[in-house]
Design a protein around this ligand. Structure first.
Ligand code: PLP
Length: 427
């Protein structure tokens, strides 16, 4: 397929007519397809049905004799803390295990920092004149909703193939005391599937910050979510790295089993230094008398250990890989040389991130919607929903069947081509 960017107006005009005809046909097919959220499909959820029978009626005691049916145990049961510690390459003393949602833990952590003085801080963030947060872009929309809801100003910093642009991050953190932290997804980032380099991790852990209570929100949501068993990306233990760099309290790490077992009935954790955990316990102990320890016990019995998690993640990969490859192959075949769309080839995580011709992303999403394909709203992976170049589109291939995915990707490609040709003709 020739580059659209080199076509004459005549050629573009003819192509537009042809694409409009194809689009009219697609629209009349009455499709109903959805590629919005990164949800596991039912076949993936079925991999964990053993959770439902992992505990017998007599199995409710944790290793140390804790009765998991009862109140208490704010930190979570010892063996669940060990399991997350193994996945995050940290020590169980650093880990607290809670309910099913790590996003919930992130929201609570942000609210706590707004209301109470963090270790190393002078006053709660909410008592500062202005609080600003570094947001690598494109990023996870729900992170940005949390900061936006709390009135925290978001400062976008572009991603590079090694993580956020660290020159910009360091300059912002070093010179502006209102910069209180940064959102990160260090392994197979949402949406680009980028894993931070060791150098990026070191710089984040060791950089100078004008705010004494600067925090990295280290959302390790995809730490074990490899698509290719022989290609496993990882980052260093950030808690140890921060401690070794003289900043032991700099990081709050988060993870969950949402995309390991059941997204709606898993377990999640927060990991941090002892001073940070003490700070968390002070308010969490007011919020709750303890987490759902039966769910924690059930997960430990079912997953057992790191090997058990790796086994199930391989099964997830076997379901997900063909979907990612199907979408990528279609993109290659139909958009390869057109010059109007580039994309990543993720080795893990849940998303494919597309860069369509600048100024056309919103148009592509609306064309797709009119023809029956729901996509994540253009701009969502940016603070305030504003993609300055109107170029990014996030695809979530996990939930549809392979057949639906094929239809959805073909329709998406048609919309990308049509929007691009219309834009080039109007230029
Ligand atoms: N963090 C990232 C980067 C995600 O992509 C998601 C879900 O898509 C979550 C967190 C949500 O995690 P949880 O289900 O544990 O709340």
């Amino acid at each position: 397929m020739p580059s659209y960017l080199k076509m004459s107006a005549d050629q573009l005009g003819r192509l537009k007519e042809q694409l409009e005809n194809e689009y009219a046909l697609a629209r009349s097919a009455g499709l109903k397809l959805n590629m919005t959220r990164g949800k596991p499909c039912a076949q993936q959820l079925d991999l964990s049905n053993g959770l439902m029978t992992a505990l017998s009626a007599q199995d409710y005691l944790a290793d140390d004799g804790t009765d998991c049916r009862n109140y208490g145990g704010l930190d979570g049961i010892r063996e669940a803390r060990q399991l997350f510690a193994d996945l995050l390459d940290t020590r169980p003393e650093h880990v607290m295990v809670a309910g099913n949602s790590s996003l919930n833990l992130m929201y609570d952590m942000m609210v706590r920092a707004m209301l109470f003085t963090l270790p190393g801080g002078v006053r709660p963030w909410g008592q500062e004149e202005k609080v600003r947060f570094i947001c690598p872009v494109p990023g996870y929309d729900r992170h940005f909703f949390v900061t936006q809801t709390l009135g925290i100003e978001m400062v976008p910093v572009p991603m590079t193939p090694e993580g956020p642009d660290m020159d910009q991050v360091e300059a912002l953190a070093a010179n502006d005391p209102s910069i209180k932290g940064i959102w990160t997804v260090p392994v197979y980032s949402n949406p680009e599937g980028i894993t931070y380099s060791t150098d990026t991790c070191r710089r984040l852990a060791g950089m100078k910050t004008a705010a004494p209570d600067f925090r990295i929100f280290w959302d390790n949501a995809y730490v074990v979510h490899h698509l290719y068993p022989d290609h496993q990306e990882s980052v260093p233990d950030m808690i140890a790295l921060c401690a070794d760099s003289g900043n032991p309290d700099r990081v709050f790490e988060f993870a969950s089993t949402s995309k390991i077992t059941f997204s709606g009935a898993g377990i999640a954790c927060i990991a941090a230094s002892e001073a940070n955990l003490q700070f968390i316990r002070m308010q969490m102990g007011i919020q709750t008398i303890g987490p759902d320890k039966m769910s924690q016990l059930r997960h430990v019995r079912f997953l057992k250990d790191r090997d058990g998690v790796e086994r199930i993640m391989k099964q997830h990969a076997d379901i997900l890989r063909p979907k990612f490859e199907c979408a990528l192959d279609l993109l290659d075949e139909q958009l390869g040389d057109t010059g109007v769309c580039s994309y990543n080839r993720p080795k893990g995580g849940y998303f494919i991130s597309l860069s369509v011709l600048p100024g056309t992303a919103a148009k592509v999403v609306s064309l797709a919607k009119e023809a029956g394909l729901e996509l994540t709203p253009a701009g969502n992976p940016f603070p305030y929903g504003q993609d300055p170049m109107d170029t990014n589109i996030r695809l979530a291939p996990s939930f549809p069947t392979l057949e639906e995915l094929k239809n959805a990707t073909n329709l998406l490609i048609l919309c990308i081509r049509l929007a691009a040709v219309a834009k080039l003709l109007a230029a």
